[in-house]
Design a binder for this molecule. Structure first.
Ligand code: ADP
Ligand code: MG
Length: 349
């Protein structure tokens, strides 16, 4: 018997899906991107699915149910944004145990409905079942895009600039705070959680938003990304996905990675490098994308976007470059993260 720990998450997916050939000409892009792409006349349908599992992706002792519902929708909507598409519909699979009241499940749905309202989606179906091992939420989202709007992971070119929206690592910093307050509470239930001053990073963890407007705003600025992905698993893992899919390498400059001061402060409290949170924390749901070098001036004027590096030949490798010019190979976090819950190593989604 082969231990799945030796394969890695993506090794496992490769193994399970090896040799699959689309039967239908409409299946334009199958496995390997943020969403599958299905041709429908002149337009394309995008479909993506993400699963959230209690004890792996969230802990109900500090996760408000409404936020959980909102997040389950948003992480999927983010995948449609990462394809350059407009989200349309949503289906919700939910597995619940008898310890949940009607009101509790309605809370989760209030969050899902809120996300549908904010991002303009129709909740069109799903499935409901019992669970003997905690809460499970499986969300499927559809979207649409015109052919020239679709952004794959595979389109980056050598020399392209690597850019990221917003800031990174804050969601992980928020998780550290929540985990700390949980352990304080466990040791002394009289203690009130000390969450004041951490609002930004807590919101990034508990109520992430998807960058659905960004593809359109870039388009209006005359910038056409060559490749795009959303940051669910951490900058390192996502940059590696773009490199592998595009057959390239990359250089990322550590000093250019955007990190909010609140993330810096929290990282200092926990004695971790803020850079580690940005590279491996995940759950930021920002967009990572590549653009042609000639768009440098346009992107420099674009609010909220940081140029963090550039694409190189594959044989030059994937590197993180420090402030003194020292280099370290860019590495994704271990597969172990998927198999156990531990805030030091966030599970991949
Ligand atoms: P993301 O992080 O954007 O949600 P993933 O890394 O989860 O994407 O998935 C990468 C690709 O592998 C996607 O195309 C996804 O649909 C596909 N995939 C993931 N798990 C499975 C599975 N169990 N069977 C088939 N395809 C899968
Ligand atoms: Mg994704």
């Amino acid at each position: 018997m082969t231990d799945i720990g030796s394969l890695g998450e993506f090794g496992l997916i490769d193994r399970l899906t090896a040799g699959l050939q689309p039967l239908h000409p409409e299946t334009h892009k199958s496995i390997g991107d943020d969403a599958a792409v299905i041709r429908q006349g002149d337009e394309f349908l995008l479909i993506s699915k993400d699963l959230l599992v209690e004890g792996v992706h969230f802990d109900l002792s500090y996760y408000p149910l409404q936020h959980l519902g909102y997040k389950a929708a948003v992480v999927n909507i983010s995948d449609i944004a990462a394809m350059g598409g407009t989200p349309l519909q949503l289906l919700v699979g939910i597995a619940i145990s008898s310890r949940f009241s009607l009101e509790a499940i309605e809370e989760i749905y209030a969050g899902i409905r809120k996300a549908c309202q904010v991002y303009g989606l129709d909740l069109i179906g799903g499935d409901t079942t019992a669970s003997k091992s905690g809460l499970l939420l499986s969300v499927t989202v559809t979207g649409k895009a015109k052919e020239n709007e679709i952004r794959y992971r595979s389109g980056a070119q050598k020399g392209d600039l690597l850019c990221v929206s917003g800031d990174l690592g804050a969601a992980y910093a928020g998780l550290l705070i929540l985990e700390r307050e949980k352990s304080v509470f466990k040791s002394d239930p009289q203690m009130q959680p000390a969450l004041d001053g951490y609002e930004y990073i807590l919101e990034r963890q508990l109520k992430p938003e998807a960058r659905t407007q960004l593809p359109q705003l870039l388009n209006e600025a005359g910038i056409t990304p060559t490749a795009m992905i959303d940051i669910s698993d951490g900058l390192a893992s996502e940059a590696i996905h773009i490199c592998r899919a595009s057959g390239l390498g990359c250089s990322i400059y550590a000093a250019r990675i955007p990190i909010d001061p609140a993330t810096m402060l929290a990282a200092a409290e926990f004695n971790i490098e803020p850079l580690t949170a940005a590279l491996h924390g995940g759950e930021d749901y920002e967009l990572l994308f590549t653009i042609p070098l000639q768009d440098f001036d346009k992107i420099s004027k674009f609010e909220g976007i940081h140029i963090i590096g550039h694409m190189t030949d594959a044989d030059e490798g994937m590197f993180l470059i420090g402030s003194e010019g020292e280099t370290a190979p860019l590495m994704a976090q271990g597969w172990d993260a998927l198999l156990r819950r531990d805030p030091e190593t966030r599970p991949s989604s």
